[in-house]
Design a binder for this molecule. Structure first.
Ligand code: THU
Length: 160
């Protein structure tokens, strides 16, 4: 028997102002997308902006439904639309931000497990890492180097 430790590197910026100009621009587009989220039930609004290799940016926001499971997270709205509009174009990075009508979101909003799995599919397919930027409405910004970092031991097509 042996034990292994799985670690990943997380870059923590003190706030939005510390980001590079490119990251600021992508995060700003996620913030704008967040404003159009349809989240009447959870009151938790999420915006995502996906930067592609061809420099196009595709945005998404969460779309809820009276039949709760029929809704979809911001990340999957964005990444599926990116796949639909630009099939085969690699994804460089994704910025995700969340706000709530119930409290001030001061910690970065981490993507749910389903969204990590969905984003992992594209990372595995394109064979290059997708950078992830995470932010609340204020407070620190997290930068992760890849989806596989935040989905260790992930399931992919190699098992099929
Ligand atoms: N949500 C996202 O859009 N992304 C996530 O990764 C976590 C959760 C949305 C889904 C739902 O509309 C609301 O946030 C509360 O769960």
């Amino acid at each position: 028997m042996k034990k292994e430790k799985i670690e990943f590197e997380l870059t923590i910026f003190d706030g939005f102002d510390e980001l590079s100009d490119d990251s600021k621009s992508l995060m700003q587009q996620a913030v704008e997308a967040r404003r159009n989220a349809y989240a009447p039930y959870s009151k938790f609004q999420v915006g995502a902006a996906v930067l592609l290799e061809n420099d196009e940016v595709i945005i998404g926001n969460n779309q809820e439904n009276a039949s709760y499971p029929s809704g979809l997270c911001a990340e999957r709205v964005a990444i599926f639309y990116a796949g639909a509009k630009y099939p085969g174009v690699a994804i460089k990075s994704v910025a995700i931000t969340a706000t709530s009508k119930n409290y001030q979101v001061q910690t970065p909003a981490a993507p749910c497990g389903n969204c990590r799995q969905a984003m992992s599919e594209y990372e595995v397919k394109q064979k290059s890492p997708i950078k992830v930027l995470l932010m609340g409405e204020s407070g620190p910004v997290y930068e992760c180097n890849s989806i596989s970092d935040i989905l260790p031991l992930g399931f992919d097509s190699s098992y099929l």
